[in-house]
Design a protein around this ligand. Structure first.
Ligand code: 5GP
Ligand code: ZN
Length: 116
């Protein structure tokens, strides 16, 4: 998919509105439009990477940056003490519906395990 056509690239560019909670040089975070928990934030790179499976070895630091932003947003949303979950869905069996890599940050309630 071309970045011009990608929903999350459009959100990162500001072409599609979203409730942003982080906007950095490399990473953007915003509230999920269909939240599955009181806090449900998506953390994405500005660069279009289709999924973790499509990430290159030289994306290592960018992938780490996604988790650091997720942690910082979790702290800002008051989840540090109660705990939270980060999830990356990959491909069809992983349940990925938007083909631009994203980390889900979920918290604010007790989350069951294992996922379905
Ligand atoms: P996935 O299923 O690919 O792991 O997660 C995609 C997530 O993107 C879903 O949780 C879905 O609710 C969210 N999502 C889909 N379209 C939009 C949108 O236009 N805006 C926002 N903020 N989230 C979206
Ligand atoms: Zn994209």
């Amino acid at each position: 998919m071309r970045p011009e056509d990608c929903l999350f690239c459009k959100i990162a560019r500001g072409d599609v509105p979203a409730s942003l909670c982080h906007s950095g040089d490399e990473v953007v975070a915003f509230d999920d439009v269909n939240p599955q928990a009181p806090v449900h934030v998506l953390v994405i790179p500005r660069e279009h990477i289709t999924s973790l499976e499509h990430a290159r070895d030289d994306h290592r630091s960018l992938l780490g940056a996604l988790l650091v932003v997720a942690r910082d947003v979790a702290r800002t949303r008051g989840l540090a003490e109660s705990g939270y979950r980060t999830v990356i869905n990959i491909g069809d069996d992983g349940g990925q519906s938007v083909p631009h890599i994203h980390v889900h940050l979920l918290g604010g309630r007790s989350l069951s395990w294992p996922p379905g």
